[in-house]
Design a protein around this ligand. Sequence first.
Ligand code: HEC
Length: 174
Amino acid sequence: MPGFQRALARMFSSVAAPAVVMSFVAINGAHAADAGDVAEGMRLFMQKGNCQACHGWAGDGRKTDNQMPDGANLRETKLDRANFVMIVKCGLPGTSMPPFDRFAYSDGRCFGKKEADLKAQGIKLADPPATLQPREVELLADFAFAKIVGKGALDRAKCAEYWGGPTEVCNEFK
Ligand code: HEC
């Protein structure tokens, strides 16, 4: 079961989880990100959000920090944009994926749960390296869906394109 469903099943009875998942799936219209937004999203992925520490700079799950938990391979995620955004904001309670919305579990905006509810259920929340504004999460999604999600494993050419030109880190690829 993907982490998303597992986290929901932990918070709700497994019978209710599919219904909850459906209610969070927003309409996912075509969304063309502009290059500036993608570049800004990439910076957030590498720096402020430090997603790369757990998910790898390529988002392929090869984390850049050995001390960090193993993040999911985002190149292979089946999530659509709306659920991607929700997971970044709300995290996956009970796993090492932290919530990045500062108010995530303060007012029920995430799965209708507050911090006290999760505590009462014995479900732990990971601490985010930083909190992100809703707009920053959208930029991250612009970047992820332009450069990572569904893009397959990197080779040297794709790596160069990813970094906007040939880069030393690409030498490991054929
Ligand atoms: C401290 C480590 C850590 C950091 C930092 C982190 N993640 Fe995660 N993330 C995880 C782990 C671990 C999972 C998998 C949880 C599970 O399924 O058990 C995950 C899962 C996800 C998923 C769900 C993937 C799927 O297919 O179910 C998304 C999307 C995601 N992370 C995006 C991000 C983004 C974007 C950032 C940066 C803003 C980020 N993560 C930062 C550890 C991290």
